[in-house]
Design a protein around this ligand. Structure first.
Ligand code: ATP
Length: 596
């Protein structure tokens, strides 16, 4: 097909106001394209030379594009730059600049004598994308200007917009699927299924153009090509969740990190985001850890990558992973915010497609091929048929820094691309805010790792109860301590070291070292939550569940002026829990609501 015809279709799509009309225009276009060019036309329409997960980018900014247009039209780059500033549309700049060519050239375009083919345009653009290394910029400009020289002003408009990523036709993948189904008489559901397994519309269009619906049965999960992830519905009580899942659920911690689809094939590991972008470059440490931990030669795994505090191993909030997003900061981020991978599913292992196997079986396969290590873990889970137990597990997860639970049907298959009721999120509706600091007593400590080896890395902290004259644990804190702080803590605590839990301490945790309650520190946290791991106010709000401080941090203030009996009391913590400011989670920190 001539590119001029595609450009006409793009213009029509651009000006239509109805989706049905958009589909009609695409159907007509697809019917006219040959199997060897339909994929190329689709990539152009979607604005990417290759499916996004391949990470192939043109690497042409506005400046380079203007240079190519200037060279093709014989205009001055500075002049085009100010035209671009004025118009704000690279397409219009290209169109105007190339309209200034000799009348004979323009006439030839008008008569259709000179013609670029769709394949020619696409192949050149792909070449531009693949050009890298020394002198790449000049080569990219030459390739593009050769295209502009051969393009009519109208064609140049679309090429230029594509090049700077501003085609913006608003054609969604689903619109293309509708049009392909109609154009080739293929069942839309079958096409959508294939798309969920291989979300590459160029590839699928070529397949149906050549082999019709029958060809879709060839589409299988393939290591190296991401699939559309299974998504979760949401409910807000354990009762509803168990009812929906038929009485029993595999409940997993809902880690607060970045979803990762991990592909192992021919010795290399690739990581894809929830939106199927290739994010391998952000996680070199995860790549290495996966190579060590997974025994399969080929596999597709799913998990959540979380940031951890290197000295305590504690989970950090999701935002700390964002440092990985800037390429030049990855090295530093790896040191400051090392990542841990929590695997929760396996979709493929060495030739075995597991997507239609029950979750219970997939979990079993997962534990067979993964040798857990410090950085690669299997997501914490349990099978429950009792709502009370689900709730206790939920509170434990939240106090450990999770967002809640994902509860799954044990017999469910992996439904690619579906947001069905086999996975149900159980998140809190509200996040609370801890507005004040508390003074807590050190009752135990955990040995440090890495930079903190030989010192304590985290401390078990307790609040005081004057009624029973006991200390009840409320958090484990490792954040906020500088290196000198940790040295000082090690020395100061030495005289209080004992080889068993102090009789006035109540704890469900087992630290490496116990202390006689003596040292008081000022602590602040993100919020006070319920937790079955701590004994503070155990049972006061819910049976068998205590209070905990989520994301606790040492403020830097040693309360040497306070005796342990003057520390914050458990009653004060209960009051604080009850009067915490509630912030709606979904509103991202917006509206307030009543305290519980
Ligand atoms: P949210 O914003 O609540 O994370 P979402 O729309 O991104 O939701 P959903 O499929 O609705 O995605 O919710 C599940 C998400 O929770 C996954 O995308 C994944 O990133 C995260 N997650 C954390 N732990 C798990 C787990 N054990 N199983 C499945 N998903 C998990």
């Amino acid at each position: 097909m001539q590119f001029s015809e595609l450009a006409k279709a793009l213009a029509a799509i651009e000006s239509t106001t109805q989706r049905t009309m958009m589909v009609r225009l695409l159907v007509n276009l697809f019917k006219k394209l040959g199997p060897d060019e339909i994929d190329k036309a689709i990539y152009i329409i979607l604005g990417d030379v290759r499916p996004p997960w391949e990470g192939v980018e043109l690497g042409v900014g506005e400046k380079l594009c203007l240079r190519a247009i200037a060279r093709a039209s014989g205009s001055k780059a500075e002049e085009l730059e100010s035209l671009y500033q004025k118009l704000g549309d690279m397409g219009e700049v290209a169109k105007r600049a190339l309209s200034r060519r000799q009348a004979s050239t323009l006439l030839a375009f008008a008569q259709g004598a000179k013609g670029l083919a769709v394949s020619q345009v696409y192949d050149t653009l792909l070449k531009v994308a693949k050009t890298s290394g020394e002198g790449a910029q000049d080569l990219k400009v030459s390739l593009l200007s050769s295209l502009f020289v051969q393009a009519s002003p109208e064609e140049a408009k679309y090429i230029a917009r594509f090049v700077v990523g501003r085609l913006r036709l608003g054609v969604a993948d689903m619109t293309i699927i509708d049009a392909l189904a109609e154009a080739f008489g293929v069942d839309e559901a079958a096409l959508e299924r294939a798309y969920n397994v291989r979300p590459d519309l160029g590839y699928l269009a070529k397949l149906v153009a050549q082999g019709g619906q029958a060809a879709l049965s060839q589409v299988r999960i393939t290591p190296g090509i991401p699939v559309m992830p299974m998504l979760a519905q949401r409910l807000s009580s354990a009762h509803e969740i168990l009812a929906k899942l038929g009485g029993a659920a595999i409940c997993e911690y809902k880690y607060d990190g970045e979803r990762a689809q991990i592909h192992i094939s021919s010795g290399s590991v690739s990581i894809y985001s929830r939106r199927l972008e290739n994010i391998t470059h952000a996680y070199p440490d995860v790549v290495e850890a996966v190579k060590r931990a997974v025994s399969a030669k080929e596999a597709v795994l799913e998990g959540e990558i979380v940031a951890v505090d290197p000295s305590t191993g504690d989970l950090l909030p999701f935002q700390d992973l964002m440092h990985r997003k800037r390429k030049h900061e990855v090295e530093e981020a790896m040191r400051e915010y090392p990542a841990k991978l929590n695997l929760f599913d396996v979709l493929y292992v060495d030739g075995e497609d597991l997507t239609d196997k029950p979750l219970m079986y997939r979990r079993l396969r997962l534990s067979e091929i993964v040798k857990e290590s410090e950085d690669v873990l299997i997501a914490k889970w349990a099978l429950f048929d009792d709502e009370e137990k689900v709730d206790v597990f939920f509170h434990e997860a939240v106090s450990m820094g999770m967002e809640g639970l994902v509860c799954k049907s044990p017999s469910s298959i992996y439904e690619m691309g579906a947001r069905g009721w086999n996975w149900i999120k159980y998140k809190r509706d509200y996040r609370s805010e801890m507005s004040d600091t508390v003074d807590l007593v050190v009752v135990g400590a955990f040995y440090g790792r890495g930079k903190r080896a030989g010192l304590y890395g985290a401390f078990l902290m307790a609040a005081y109860d004057p009624k029973t004259d006991m200390f009840y644990t409320v958090c484990k804190v490792g954040s906020g301590f500088t290196d000198p702080d940790l040295k000082k803590m090690y020395q100061e605590l030495e005289p209080y070291k004992i080889d068993h839990k102090h009789p006035r301490v109540s704890s469900r945790m087992e630290p490496d070292v116990w202390f006689t309650p003596a040292v008081v520190l000022e602590i602040i946290g993100a919020e006070i939550t319920l937790s079955p791991l701590h004994t503070c106010c155990l049972g006061a709000v819910k049976p068998d569940v205590g209070l905990a401080i989520r994301f606790p941090r040492f403020t830097g203030r040693y309360r040497t002026d306070k005796s342990p009996e003057e520390a914050t009391t458990i009653d004060e913590l209960l009051q604080m829990y009850k009067s915490q400011k509630k912030v709606k989670v979904e509103a991202g920190g917006g509206g307030e609501a009543e305290a519980p």
